[in-house]
Unconditional design. Structure first.
Length: 75
């Protein structure tokens, strides 16, 4: 869960989507690293590709903005 990715090559579409993800819906290798968290927040691009998983919503928005992306919430 501590893998670095280059988000600068996302193209002109700078909008990303932030949504809550249940830990039980994640692969076992990811769940093993959660330290008891029951949900996380995912950041997705417009194609639905998951770009990041973080522990809270505030962090998801900060991550997006630090990479010059425009985060919006998905329900």
């Amino acid at each position: 869960m501590d893998t670095k990715h280059d988000l600068s090559n996302l193209g002109d579409d700078r909008i990303v989507y932030v949504r809550s993800v249940k830990a039980q819906d994640l692969p076992e290798d990811v769940r093993a690293q959660l330290g008891g968290l029951d949900h996380l927040y995912a950041v997705h691009n417009s194609d639905g590709e998951r770009l990041a998983l973080v522990k809270d919503r505030k962090l998801a928005f900060a991550l997006a903005r630090q990479n010059d992306l425009a985060p919006v919430t998905v329900h």
